[in-house]
Ligand binder design. Sequence first.
Ligand code: PEP
Ligand code: MN
Length: 495
Amino acid sequence: MNEQEAGWTPSSWRSKPAAQDVVYPDREKLDKVLNKIRTLPPLVTPSEIERLRHKLSQVQRNEAFLLHAGDCAESFDACTHENISAKIGLILSFSLILIWGARMPVVRIGRIAGQYAKPRSSATEKIGDREVLSFRGDNVNGLDPNDRTPDPERLLSAYFHSTATLNYVRGLLTSGFASLHHPRDWSLSHVRSPALREEFERITEGLSDALDFTRTIGFGADGGDRLSYEQGGGRGVLGEVDFYTSHEGLMLDVEEAMTRAFPVPSSTASTSRSAITNASRSPSAEAESQGERPRKVHYNTSAHFLWIGDRTRQLTGAHVEYFRGVRNPIGVKVGPTMQADEIVRLLDIVNPDREPGKVTLITRYGAGKIEQHLASHITAVQASGHPVAWICDAMHGNTLTSSTGLKTRHFGTIISELTACLRIHAECGSTLNGVSLEFTGELSEDGFSVTECLGGSMELAEEELGLRYQSFCDPRLNFEQSLDVAFLLSNHFKK
Ligand code: PEP
Ligand code: MN
């Protein structure tokens, strides 16, 4: 269905109730900032977005696995060379372990270059004896309790921090950072557990041998390292490997300002050979061949992938209205309050034409609740015939407060939701297509991994949590704990 025919415009969400709305005291200043953002260039391009749609259709068909990962929220202060390379390094290490075990390409989407806004369970919070507005992320207000009034200028600052981040990610990935010849550059030096280091080194040595072999038989002419990543060759979107950006599409004012009309790229020349193989002809290629002006569609040009949070997915709400009109692939968080028939109605709204690669369902029930909900959700979607990718977010249903008052998650509980998810999909004749994790390769100033989640092979104890707790939002798995998850998945899928 044509979006305009269905009464959609980039601003049609304004007539619907928006959950988690931010109230700006200075509306004029907000409009001025939004008008400025409207004139700034896109951060990502339609061809890149189309390529991700194609990749996600492969994920849906179980031909690739999706890794969606990064911080709960980025901060302006954490936009540094060290932090960005540590994030990309961890995503690359994680995906390498998965590719090695599962022998499947991995599609990497970072929660990066725009993941600033946060939904909150309460609009205000008590700090000392004061009741102040809750912190809503660096693009809205400050963490400092004296800086909680929403300031529109922060939206502009978020645009430029996203740009700086993305520019550096593109630079890293086109300068050989992802080369399999240097996986140790991705920072393994601080890993405490010798067993974990050895296991990772065994994989990289095995890969080096495999690369030498393919080169010897003349198979890796356009870059042997790329070949083993993509299993089909070709340059990725952000350099040597495919890498995509994402954030929660929460602040609709700014999402609207970054929404631009473009024809669907008529040629797939901008996508690599591997993407071309199965890509269908684009609508604009069809139109051109019939002598018509190509039809324009709306892309959100601030990220390749955006998702609707568990708190903003109301069927008649503003977020669902906005998301139904954009051409980007989208995610929908599915928590324990989602009804089985509600998922299908949501899919009917956001993907009426049942386009492959369009919708990713990110389930996040909690280890104690997944048994109650997942099977019925899978069965309902199967019966509807909607194509979706199923991703397990084993983080958001498993948050707890430690005895010292820190927000944390237990590694064992995360694994318990993940393994239940794998099992329930198998029991329902379905497949888990990916994971969504909050993790970080970030190190503390003294060079150690952060201490935000309990357990893992490093057996992080409750009394160690306070040592290097750096998240100002949800607790993230550190480098070692993330590799533990990667090995678990890799061993599960080993063929
Ligand atoms: C998140 O992904 O950081 C988040 C807030 O998730 P959810 O909407 O699932 O609670
Ligand atoms: Mn989070």
